[in-house]
Design a protein around this ligand. Structure first.
Ligand SMILES: [Zn+2]
Length: 256
């Protein structure tokens, strides 16, 4: 299980990225000088509006920045309609989802997390078990099938935190709100996505440490993450988000 973090879902990601960047391949081959083509054989590059970018030396943030371009980005939404365990009835149009869960989210790590979550390519036991049978496909807390939405929303270890978040923002937290940001203000949407990301991060850390998950430790992880983010938003002068995250800390963790 400790190999999970490093390997993640590399095959799914490669196919997604390859698909998304296909248009650049044609641009590169037809529109560049001969010497550049020669250079391509030495070091593969992509042509972007800002110039050539090395494939081998690019960080994942480069690939995600390309995926965020509206014409390139394809969200895989059909499978959510078939997942009866979540009871999703309405899927908003792609522009609304992109706006709620990608464009309006303030931290790049959370944007990447949302993108993977919506496309079902985020790390979880169920996915990794397909290519590495030594990784269990079941949750180590409750024994149920461990999809990413199970980790973030359905597992018994997270019920309490989502119920408290729901009380705080005045609405029941549903899979639609976590996945698509349906009927949420921008600040509530950010709060929910950051908490979902914290839950995912906690899961990764516990897997890495080969330790059992517990609700108390999860709360500490979320609390520390919210503290850090509220300080970050204060520095960025994002007053509404700072207030929302500060108040969340007081309401969600009153005795800690
Ligand atoms: Zn579980």
């Amino acid at each position: 299980m400790n190999k999970l973090k490093a390997k993640m879902n590399i095959f799914s990601e490669i196919s997604q990225i390859r698909e998304a960047l296909r248009i650049y391949r044609n641009v590169v081959i037809t529109n560049i000088p001969i010497e550049m083509v020669y250079k391509l054989t030495v070091e593969p590059t992509f042509r972007t509006p800002k110039g050539f970018v090395s494939v081998t030396h690019s960080k994942s943030s480069f690939y995600y920045s390309q995926l965020m371009i509206k014409n390139v980005c394809k969200l895989n939404l059909d499978s959510w309609k078939m997942d009866t365990s979540l009871g999703i009835k309405d899927i908003p149009n792609i522009c609304n989802i992109m706006s709620n869960k990608i464009i309006k989210i303030r931290v790049n790590k959370v944007i990447e997390f949302n993108y993977k979550l919506i496309n079902r390519i985020g790390a979880c036991g169920f996915l990794v078990n397909h290519w590495n049978k030594s990784v269990s496909k079941n949750c180590n807390v409750c024994g149920k099938e461990e999809t990413q939405m199970h980790i973030i929303y359905q597992c018994k270890i997270v019920k309490n935190i989502w119920s408290r978040v729901g009380n705080y923002i005045g609405t029941k937290i549903t899979p639609e709100k976590i996945l698509f940001g349906t009927n949420l203000t921008c600040t509530d949407n950010n709060l929910i996505s950051h908490i979902a990301y914290s839950i995912h991060k906690y899961w990764l850390i516990r897997n890495d440490e080969k330790a059992n998950s517990c609700e108390e430790d999860l709360s500490i992880q979320i609390k520390n993450d919210l503290k850090f983010k509220s300080q970050l938003f204060r520095q960025l002068n994002l007053r509404r988000l700072t207030n929302k995250f500060n108040n969340a800390l007081v309401v969600l963790f009153p005795h800690r």
